[in-house]
Write a protein that binds this ligand. Sequence first.
Ligand SMILES: Cc1cc2nc3c(=O)[nH]c(=O)nc-3n(C[C@H](O)[C@H](O)[C@H](O)COP(=O)(O)O)c2cc1C
Length: 350
Amino acid sequence: MLLTSYQLGNLTLPNRLVMAPMTRSRAVDGKPTAETATYYAQRATAGLIVTEGVQPNEVGQSGPFTPGLHNDEQVAAWRVVTDAVHANGGRIFAQLMHGGRVGHVEVAGHRPVGPSALSTGSEVFTPTGLQPAPVPRALETSEVVDQITAFAEAARNAVEAGFDGVELHGANGYLIQQFLSSSANQRTDAYGGSVAGRIRFAVEAVEAVADAIGRERVGIRLSPGGQIQGIVEENVPVLYGELLKALPDIAYIHVMATTDEEVLMELRKAWPTAFILNPGGQIGPDESTLEQGRRWLANGADLISYGRAYLANPDLVERFRLGLPLAETPGRETWFGAPNGYVDYTGYQH
Ligand SMILES: Cc1cc2nc3c(=O)[nH]c(=O)nc-3n(C[C@H](O)[C@H](O)[C@H](O)COP(=O)(O)O)c2cc1C
C-alpha cells in the first residue's frame, strides 16, 4: 500500500512516501545552491518532497545558513531547484518555517519576535555556536497580521518559484506552535488565553495562505504535545481537536508521532482530507521504518513521511519496493552545513 498512488489535491502521487522536511543549513546568502537542486532532484521518486524549513521573512529566520522565500533572488534560486525536481518526475512543497522566539539577532539581523516576551529557556544555533535563547519581543496585536501576511506572500513566491504547494511549519516549537502553546503564549488579546485564542494565529495563517495560492496546495505540520524548545501544551486532544475543526479543508495535515497513539488516531478520524504521519517524531532515538509506515497506513494514515532514512537513501522508494537494505544514516556531523554528506549518496549499487 505504501507503493500505491494517491491523489493529493490536484497532484497524483505515484506512491505514499513523503520526504520529511529537513534543515540542512547549506544556503548561501539565504538562497539554495546548485547542490540543493541536485540533492532534491536525487530524491524525486518520493511521492512528495517537503523541503527544509524556509523563512517567510527576515525576522523568521531561525538558524544560520537557511534559505528564504521573501525576495526575487531567492525565488529565482528556488526555480532551479523545482525545475530539477520536476525534470526528474517529482513533486515538491516548500516548508514555510517562521522561527518566532527560536532565533537570534546574529542569525536574522533582527531581534526575534514571539507571542510573549518569554525565552525558550534552551539554546539556539548561531554562526558562532550555541548561545542561550534570547527573550523575544512580544508582537503587538496590530503586528500579528504582518507575520500572517508574510506566510501568504512567501506562499505566492513559492508558487512563482515553481513549487507545487507549501507546508506551514506548525510544529517543533516554532512561531505557529508558540501561539498554540500555553507556556509560550501568555497573551491577553484575541490571540491568546483560551483554546479559541491560541489556535487563532494558526488558523488565520492557513486561511491567508489558502486564499493566496488555493487550499489544494496547502498543508500544515503539527507536533501535538511535542515538548521541545520550551513548549508545554495542556489538554492536547482538545487543543488539536479544536484546531482541526477550525482549519479550512486544505490538502493535508502532517502529524508527527509526538503524543499517544490513541490521540493520533482521534485526530486522523477528525480530519477530512489527507493525513500524513511521521512515525519518528521529533528526531526520536529510532528513525521511521518501513514496518511503522505499513502499520500507520493500516491505521488510517494516507501518507507516511521519512526524514533520516532519506539522508543516505535518495532511492528510498526503490529500496522499499525491492526489499533492499538501507544505507546507514550518517552521524549528526554532516546533517547541518558540512561540505560532505549532502549530494554524495548514490542509489543502491546492484
Ligand atoms: C537533519 C534534520 C533536520 C530537520 N529539520 C526539520 C525542519 O526543517 N522542519 C521540520 O518540520 N522537521 C525537521 N526535522 C524533523 C524531521 O522532519 C522528522 O520529523 C524527524 O527526523 C523524525 O522522522 P524520521 O525518524 O523519519 O527521521 C529534521 C530532522 C533532521 C534529522
